[in-house]
Design a protein around this ligand. Structure first.
Ligand SMILES: [Zn+2]
Length: 465
């Protein structure tokens, strides 16, 4: 997560929110057998093979599901079909976002060097060159500081700059301000140089070179030779794309409607280049299985099962969804259970993350469900997944996951062979029991008295989800 917008921050609980029956959901101290019986009815229905089947379909059948792609939409359609097959009302909610499209045609030709092929990387958000490219003299400008440009005429020229000391953005901005037509930044270590410049501001086409490529150019310049280059960046730019949330609603029983709304959410997109088996086909699989089981139960609470698009670009789907809730709906919203990365064999123990590191109705419910159907759960403080927009809207929310996170996180190796049916089954047990505890028609009062354990100091503060 790195560039989500800070959206609506209400931060406080909406007035009139019906919280009273929820605060008492804790570990049972009496009536244990009866309590377990109510859970058993739900938990015994969980079918790990069904969850695995969804993960297979999403991560192998569809594969990479980057936001705004056809594959992401196919995933949304698959999920919608599943929800419909459980008899739920389904709405596919589109939303638009802007993203940077990489260049289709990139090249760097050096007139004085013929036997060598340069393989530059265009910096993210770099502007294009004209179609014929930019042809000009190459001028060396050290680290690209303001003083490197002082007294140097680079107007209309291509500037060669070494990596280091300043940010890429500052180097590129200094070169553009000095009148350069294009910027070549070369690495100061082995490997290709791939990065971004800001999406707005005064910039010219900016490319990254390897250290070896940059040194080859600098050597010619040091020898006093004039060097002329042609740089082409064609087809890059900001484009508008569409992603989708899938929302399936289970209404409360007509005669037993508390007016409350609960959310069960998980994102269905993946990062580009990864099939996203654990992140987050696993969360979608668990979400679907809980929807399948609870769809046939009578509840006194409306449950909205949602899968979000474009989470990986900065929680875009969940921010969009939350922005569509009316004040009245937000006030009736009593909790949001989010799943993110709940399936890797290589991840640690089950954990509940809240944005502020504090307990809330969702973690209290999760804690007591954990005690009943699995084991005591730990807590941590992390936002950066789809529970965050709900939290910011004043809706109590938590992300359920496993920590420490798997090493294949956001890699092409986040594949189906790393998936643990057991981890997904345990997650489905805990959350279905927790959700049912709040939503079931015959919600008991005052039989949950023992406080949930205190939040542990979160060891995973900076975990990206
Ligand atoms: Zn994720």
């Amino acid at each position: 997560m790195n560039k989500w917008k800070k959206a609506v921050l209400s931060g406080t609980l909406a007035a009139g929110m019906v919280m009273m029956p929820l605060a008492i959901y804790q570990t049972p101290i009496k009536g244990q057998a009866a309590t377990q019986a109510f859970d058993n009815k739900i938990v015994k229905k969980i079918d790990a093979e069904k969850i695995y089947g969804h993960v297979f379909e999403l991560s192998v059948g569809i594969g990479e599901r980057a936001a705004g792609t056809d594959a992401e939409k196919r995933a949304a359609d698959y999920i919608a079909d599943q929800y419909r097959s459980y008899g739920l009302d389904v709405d596919i909610q589109p939303f638009k976002f802007q993203t940077y499209k990489e260049a289709e045609d990139v090249s760097l030709e050096i007139n004085e060097i013929t036997g060598k092929k340069f393989e530059p990387h265009v910096f993210g958000y770099s502007p294009n060159t004209p179609d014929e490219g930019v042809t000009s003299e190459v001028v060396y400008a050290g680290l690209g500081t303001a003083s490197d440009f002082a007294g140097k005429d680079v107007t209309g020229k291509i500037v060669l700059i070494q990596r280091g000391e300043l940010t890429f953005a500052d180097k590129a901005a200094n070169a553009a301000a000095a009148g350069a037509k294009a910027v070549l930044i070369y690495n100061n270590t082995a490997g290709t140089l791939k990065s971004s410049i800001p999406s707005s501001g005064n910039y010219v086409p900016t490319l990254g070179l390897t250290q070896e490529e940059g040194v080859a150019l600098k050597t010619l310049l040091d020898e006093g030779q004039a060097v002329t280059a042609t740089v082409k960046v064609i087809g890059a730019g900001i484009v508008t794309k569409t992603s989708h949330n899938v929302i399936a609603t289970k209404k409360a029983h007509t005669n037993h409607d508390t007016g409350q709304i609960l959310y069960v959410g998980s994102h269905h997109d993946s990062v580009p280049g990864s099939p996203g088996a654990s992140d987050n086909a696993s969360g979608v699989g668990v979400n679907l299985e809980i929807a399948r089981i609870l769809s046939s139960q009578q509840t006194d609470t409306e449950i909205r099962f949602i899968t979000f698009g474009a989470e990986e670009l900065g929680l875009l789907g969940s921010y969009h969804y939350v922005s569509t809730l009316t004040a009245e709906e937000a006030a009736r919203s009593v909790g949001m259970f989010n799943f993110d990365m709940v399936g890797s064999k290589n991840a640690g123990d089950m954990i509940m993350f809240t944005v502020d590191g504090k307990r809330n109705v969702v973690t209290n419910t999760g804690a007591s469900a954990g005690m009943r159907v699995f084991k005591p759960l730990t807590y941590g403080k992390v936002g950066r997944s789809d529970h965050q927009p709900f939290h910011e809207r004043g809706i109590q929310a938590a992300a359920f996951s496993y920590a420490p996170l798997e090493p294949e996180y956001h890699q092409p190796t986040d594949t189906i062979d790393k998936i643990s049916k057991e981890k997904m089954e345990n997650m489905a047990k805990v959350v279905s029991a927790g959700v049912y505890q709040i939503a079931r028609k015959d919600t008991p009062a005052l039989e949950w008295a023992k406080p949930a354990p205190k939040p542990v100091e979160p060891p995973f503060e900076n975990r990206p989800l």
